[in-house]
Design a protein around this ligand. Structure first.
Ligand SMILES: O=C(O)C1=C[C@@H](OP(=O)(O)O)[C@@H](O)[C@H](O)C1
Ligand SMILES: C=C(OP(=O)(O)O)C(=O)O
Length: 443
C-alpha cells in the first residue's frame, strides 16, 4: 500500500527513568522471507511472531496476488499455502510494495524466473530508490525488464521462460541483492552462485536451508561464496520469528541515554550478521547484559537487560557497516549523549535507504544543537554528553529517522518534534504505546 496517511506530527519530551519490559515486534527481514518462502513451498507454512508492520503486510498481499493463500490466524500468527517453486500465477493488478525495499527487491527476484509478467510500484520514497542493482542480475537469468529512467519504479518484469543459472558478485554489500538473486535461482536449473565480499544478513540462506533447499556458503579469498541448487521442492516449515534487533535498538538507545533507566528487551535476535550496533554500544561503555542465550527458530536470541550508561565516542570501522546498516541513525543519536567523537565509516549505502539517512540525521541533529560532520561515506558526531533539542525534524517518509529523533527528545534539554511519525507503522506499529509503557513522554 502506498503511503497515503496524513502526516502525523509527534513530539518527545525529556522523560524520567525508563523501566519495564519492551516486547519489540518480530524481525522484519525474517517476516518478509517467511511469507515469500511459504508462498514458494508446496503445502502449509505456519508462522508465529510475524511483524504486522505495513512493509510486511504489503508482501503478504503480494504473495496472494501471485497465487498463494495467506491467512491471518491471530496476532502475529499466519499461515501460507504455497504454490511451489515456479508456481507463481500472473498477478491481475500492479504489485504495490509501499515503502519496502526488501519487499519489492525480494519479490522481483522470486518471480523473475517464472514465465509471467508483473509491474511493481511503491510510495514516493521507494520510487526514488535504485532498482538496477536487482534488475541487472535478474536480466542475466533471462528476464526482460523495463523501468523508469534511472532504473527506478515502476518496474515491469517479464519472467524468463527458459532461465539460466547465474554466477554473480554483488557490487555493493546488500542482502537484498543477494536474496533477489538466490530467489531467482530457485527456479533456474543447475547452480546459482552469489559472491559477496562483505558478509550481509544471512536470513535467506538460513531459511532456504530450513525449507529443504541445497545451499552452501564457503568463505574464500573473494568473500562468501553462496551456492544454491535450483529447482528444489521447498517443504513448508513452522517459522518462529525472533524479535527484531533493529527495532529493539530504539528502546535500548532510549534506556542508555535517559538517566536512571533500566529496561528488559526479551527474545531479541543475536544473529552475528545483525549484531554491529550492540558490539559498538558495548565498546562505547553501554551497560547491556545478554541473558539466557538460546536458539529459537534457527536464530540465536537473548534477553537484553539495559541500564543508563556513561558513554564514550568510538570509531565504527567500515567492515562493520553491513551488520548494523539500519542502526546508524539511532547510533548517531546515542553518540550525541557520549563524550567525544563517534566516527561512522563506510556508510554510503545510507544515502539510498528510505531517505538519505546521513543527510536527514546530520540536518536534524544540527538543528537540535549537535555538532556533526558528514562526507559522502562517513558521519562524525562530536558528542557533548547531551543535546540541547528544541527543533522539529523532517522524517522524509523514513521510519528509522522518525524513531531516532523521538528517542533523542526523551533525553534532550528541550523537546524534539518530527513532522511526520506515520512511517513508523512500516516496521514498528506499536512504537508509541511501547515507549509510553516504559515511561517515555511522547505524543
Ligand atoms: O535483506 C533485508 O531484509 C534487508 C537488507 C538491508 O538492505 P540492503 O540489502 O539494501 O543493504 C537493510 O537495510 C534492510 O532494512 C533489510
Ligand atoms: C532500509 C530499510 O528497509 P527496506 O530497505 O526494506 O525499505 C529499513 O528498514 O531500515
Amino acid at each position: 500500500m502506498s503511503h497515503s496517511a496524513e502526516p502525523m506530527p509527534m513530539t518527545a519530551r525529556r522523560s524520567g527513568p525508563l523501566s519495564g519490559t519492551a516486547n519489540v515486534p518480530g524481525d522484519k527481514s525474517i517476516s518478509h522471507r517467511a511469507l515469500i518462502l511459504g508462498a514458494l513451498s508446496v503445502g502449509e507454512t505456519h508462522i508465529t511472531g510475524l511483524l504486522e508492520g505495513q512493509d510486511v503486510l504489503d508482501t503478504a498481499k503480494a504473495m496472494q496476488a501471485f497465487g498463494a493463500t495467506v491467512e491471518r490466524l491471530g496476532t502475529g500468527e499466519w499461515k501460507v499455502n504455497g504454490v511451489g517453486v515456479g508456481g507463481f500465477a500472473e498477478p491481475e493488478g500492479v504489485i504495490d510494495c509501499g515503502n519496502s525495499g526488501t519487499g519489492v527487491r525480494l519479490i522481483m527476484g522470486a518471480m523473475a524466473t517464472t514465465p509471467i509478467s508483473a509491474t511493481f510500484t511503491g510510495d514516493a520514497s521507494l520510487s526514488r530508490r535504485p532498482m538496477g542493482r536487482v534488475t541487472d542480475p535478474l536480466e542475466l537469468f533471462g528476464a526482460e525488464i523495463t523501468a523508469r529512467e534511472g532504473k527506478r519504479l515502476p518496474v515491469t518484469i517479464r519472467g524468463a521462460a527458459d532461465p539460466v543459472p547465474v554466477r554473480y558478485k554483488t557490487p555493493v554489500a546488500s542482502a537484498q541483492i543477494k536474496s533477489a538473486v538466490l530467489l531467482a535461482g530457485l527456479n533456474a536449473p543447475g547452480e546459482t552462485v552469489v559472491i559477496e565480499s562483505e558478509p550481509t544478513r544471512d536470513h535467506t540462506e538460513r531459511m532456504l536451508a530450513g525449507f529443504g533447499a541445497t545451499i552452501t556458503t564457503e568463505v574464500t579469498e573473494e568473500g562468501r561464496v553462496i551456492t544454491l541448487t535450483g529447482r528444489p521442492e521447498l517443504k513448508p516449515q513452522p517459522v518462529a520469528v525472533p524479535r527484531d534487533p533493529s527495532s529493539a535498538a530504539f528502546p535500548v538507545a532510549a534506556a542508555l541515554i535517559v538517566p536512571g533507566s533500566e529496561i528488559r528487551v526479551p527474545g531479541v535476535s543475536r544473529n552475528p550478521t545483525r549484531d554491529g550496533l550492540y558490539v559498538t554500544l558495548l565498546e562505547m561503555g553501554a551497560d547491556i547484559t545478554f541473558e539466557n542465550p538460546r536458539e529459537e527458530g534457527g536464530e540465536p536470541v537473548a534477553d537484553l537487560l539495559v541500564r543508563h550508561s556513561a558513554l564514550t565516542g568510538v570509531t565504527v570501522p567500515a567492515e562493520r557497516a553491513a551488520s548494523m546498516i539500519d542502526e546508524f541513525p539511532i547510533l548517531s543519536v546515542v553518540a550525541c549523549f557520549a563524550q567525544g567523537a563517534t566516527v561512522m565509516q563506510g556508510i554510503h549505502e545510507l544515502r539510498v535507504k528510505e531517505s538519505d539517512r546521513i543527510d536527514a540525521m546530520a540536518v536534524g541533529l544540527r538543528a537540535n544543537g549537535a555538532v556533526v560532520d558528514d562526507t559522502p561515506d562517513t558521519m562524525t558526531v562530536h558528542g557533548q554528553g547531551g543535546l540541547p533539542g528544541g527543533a522539529s525534524c523532517a522524517t522524509h517518509l523514513d521510519h528509522r529517522i522518525a524513531m531516532s529523533f523521538l528517542v533523542a527528545g526523551l533525553a534532550s534539554d528541550q523537546a524534539i518534534a518530527v513532522d511526520d511519525g506515520s512511517p513508523i507503522a512500516t516496521s514498528f506499529p506499536d512504537f508509541l504505546p511501547l515507549m509510553q509503557g516504559l515511561g517515555a513522554v511522547l505524543d
